[in-house]
Design a protein around this ligand. Structure first.
Ligand SMILES: Cc1cc2nc3c(=O)[nH]c(=O)nc-3n(C[C@H](O)[C@H](O)[C@H](O)COP(=O)(O)OP(=O)(O)OC[C@H]3O[C@@H](n4cnc5c(N)ncnc54)[C@H](O)[C@@H]3O)c2cc1C
Length: 559
């Protein structure tokens, strides 16, 4: 029987099935390859298992739930006691539990260091970061705090097992009653985040003498303070007697079991990263222990920031990868003008260009990951860590902004609504570019690193020169970089973005030339360093017609 006039209005067709149950690791040929090249092949089976688990529909749903049901603050109990509690949706805790079960907060590599452990950890982080971003922040900060805490032997001995535990213990209890812990960091104040030297928070010793390992009380505030419920924060404050800043270990509970006087003023209402809580706090004689050299808090935390910056690069590369495969999947199913989107030459061009960008970002962080576990004194390693990390943080995080917008557009209107993941990826993209040192700050750091690490920089540039001999376009780009570094100091600062961009692009080109299939390397160099780069104005989808776009797409996401 025909449906009534007011019954069925239409058949649903040409909508795309949700993307699930693919293997986030095995479907990424370039990642599998990079893992093996950077000494992490022994971890491939674990990553393949994670790659399958993370794309199960019930796991994918956690990401959506955690961002829909955002954290809520309760400053006081029903009886009026101060509690400063933050309530998360259970999905957020499950996401953190997954990250922890994989050891990404530090079990890898700190519990059992071995060659490739840092690379393995970074590849694992990359897979998890494709699922959800707001659960990454506490994991990254805990991870980056471990090398600093290791330098305080007594404190580290007390914390070690809880830092390295693969369990997530969400209970708001004194640490001795918990199985694991999370660590955050508190630097940014109202009057300045980039310029942390403007910090006003003060610390007064509890005993007669202060100094390393001594107890203090802190008075002041932080304007951004993520994961406020973490078991401890590393906080920058001005110690009395020291004009410069020191780093303090500020636990959630004081040694006598009371909640530390770190009062949460309010949670930030954020553009993205919504599943994670970031807040404003005030310290009302909060308890803290000075760690690191007194008066060298900025240097101590900058060291930590170098690691968190690597995670920003991975986080942005992961956003690109997630957006890319969702775009490819959509284009393989959705039809327009009589054929699949992916069969339209112009759409193929866009997707192939995105695939190239994504692969180059991944190659860059995997190479950086290796540098983070190699001998820190070797010139090449120093150069990769000190010069390429800020350049990559600037470039990859910045590229993720345009990238996620372009990938979203592949979905048309469906990309712009909250019923799919594309809008979330897009809203998430800017934060990696801001925290842990915003774009300009990263570029100025690249300049500083060139000045301070001239010997290391030369070793790296000589190595790149060898590779560049095989391609005149890379050679020219390298010459341009060197010329920019020679401009007089007064004008160099204004050129810092060009320098950081060039550095990141030449690094990516050299990595692609050495390890990617020749067609991918050629496409990358042609469009990022050749004349085409100047013509396209960096808009995606400007690959020359001679390139086999379909092959690039198929290689990017084998399904
Ligand atoms: C979601 C979120 C969570 C956060 N969580 C934390 C946290 O847990 N702990 C914490 O300590 N901080 C946190 N932050 C703060 C973050 O680290 C700062 O926002 C960041 O460092 C920038 O500082 P600012 O906001 O004060 O900006 P400003 O320092 O005012 O900078 C504004 C702009 O000026 C630029 N700029 C600064 N100096 C120069 C210069 N010399 N030349 C040219 N340009 C310059 C910057 O690049 C930036 O674009 C968080 C931020 C966000 C968005």
């Amino acid at each position: 029987m025909e449906p009534s006039r007011f019954g069925r209005t239409h058949d649903v067709s040409n909508q795309v099935p949700p993307l699930a149950r693919y293997n986030a690791f095995s479907s990424d040929a370039a990642l599998v390859d990079a893992l093996s090249r950077e000494n992490g092949a022994w971890y491939a089976d674990t990553l393949a298992a994670a790659g399958a688990q993370l794309t199960e529909p019930d796991i994918l749903a956690l990401a959506e739930q955690a961002n829909r049901h955002v954290p809520a603050l309760a400053t006081h109990s029903p009886r009026g006691e101060r509690i400063d509690a933050v309530e998360f949706h259970p999905s957020w805790h499950r996401l953190v539990a997954l990250l922890r079960a994989a050891g990404l907060q530090g079990t890898l590599p700190f519990a059992a260091p071995r060659p490739g452990a840092m690379v393995a950890r970074c590849a694992g982080y990359y897979l998890h970061a494709q699922l959800e971003s707001g659960s990454l922040c506490p994991v990254t900060m805990t991870f980056a705090s471990i090398p600093l805490l290791q330098r305080e032997p007594a404190l580290y001995a007390a914390l070690r097992d809880k830092l390295l535990s693969r369990e997530h213990d969400p209970r708001d209890l004194p640490l001795e009653r918990k199985t694991s812990m999370l660590v955050g960091m508190g630097l940014t104040e109202k009057q300045g985040g980039s310029d942390v030297r403007s910090n006003q928070t003060r610390a007064h010793p509890l005993g007669a003498a202060g100094g390393r390992g001594a107890e203090y009380r802190l008075i002041g505030h932080k304007w951004f303070f993520s994961v406020p419920q973490a078991d401890a924060h590393l906080v920058l404050a001005r110690g009395s007697g020291h004009e410069t800043l020191s780093c303090f270990y500020v636990p959630r509970f004081t040694p006598d079991g009371a909640k530390n006087a770190v009062h949460i003023q309010q949670l930030k209402d954020k553009l993205g990263n919504r599943s994670n809580a970031s807040c404003e706090v005030e310290f009302f004689d909060a308890f803290g222990v000075l760690i690191g050299e007194p008066g060298r808090g900025v240097q101590t935390l900058v060291e930590m920031a170098n690691t968190t910056r690597l995670d920003c690069v991975i986080g942005s590369a992961a956003l690109m990868r997630a957006a890319l495969i969702h775009a490819i999947h959509h284009a393989r199913y959705r039809r327009a003008f009589g054929k699949q989107l992916v069969d339209h030459a112009l759409m193929r061009n866009v997707l192939a260009d995105l695939a190239l960008e994504s692969e180059a970002a991944m190659r860059l962080f995997m190479r950086l990951a290796r540098a983070f576990e190699e001998d820190a004194d070797a010139p090449m390693t120093r150069a990769w860590r000190r010069l390429v990390t800020p350049a990559a943080k600037f470039w990859v995080c910045k590229r993720a902004l345009a990238f996620t917008g372009e990938a979203l557009e592949v979905w048309g209107g469906n990309g712009y609504v909250e019923t799919g993941p594309m809008a979330r990826f897009y809203r998430e993209a800017p934060v990696n570019s801001i925290w842990e040192g915003s774009g300009n700050v990263m570029c100025l750091d690249v300049l500083r690193a060139f000045e301070r690490e001239a010997h290391a920089a030369n070793a790296m540039l000589d190595d790149w020169r060898d590779a560049a001999r095989a391609d005149r376009r890379v050679e020219i780009a390298l010459d341009e970089l060197l010329a920019l570094l020679q401009v007089p100091e007064q004008t160099r600062e204004a050129q810092a973005r060009r320098i950081a961009q060039r550095l990141a692009l030449v690094a990516q080109a050299v990595l692609m030339m050495r390890d990617a299939p020749p067609a991918s390397a050629e496409a990358f160099i042609h469009t990022r360093l050749g004349q085409a780069a100047r013509d396209s104005g960096h808009v995606y989808g400007a690959l020359p017609a001679s390139l086999d776009a379909q092959a690039l797409i198929d290689r990017a996401f084998a399904q």
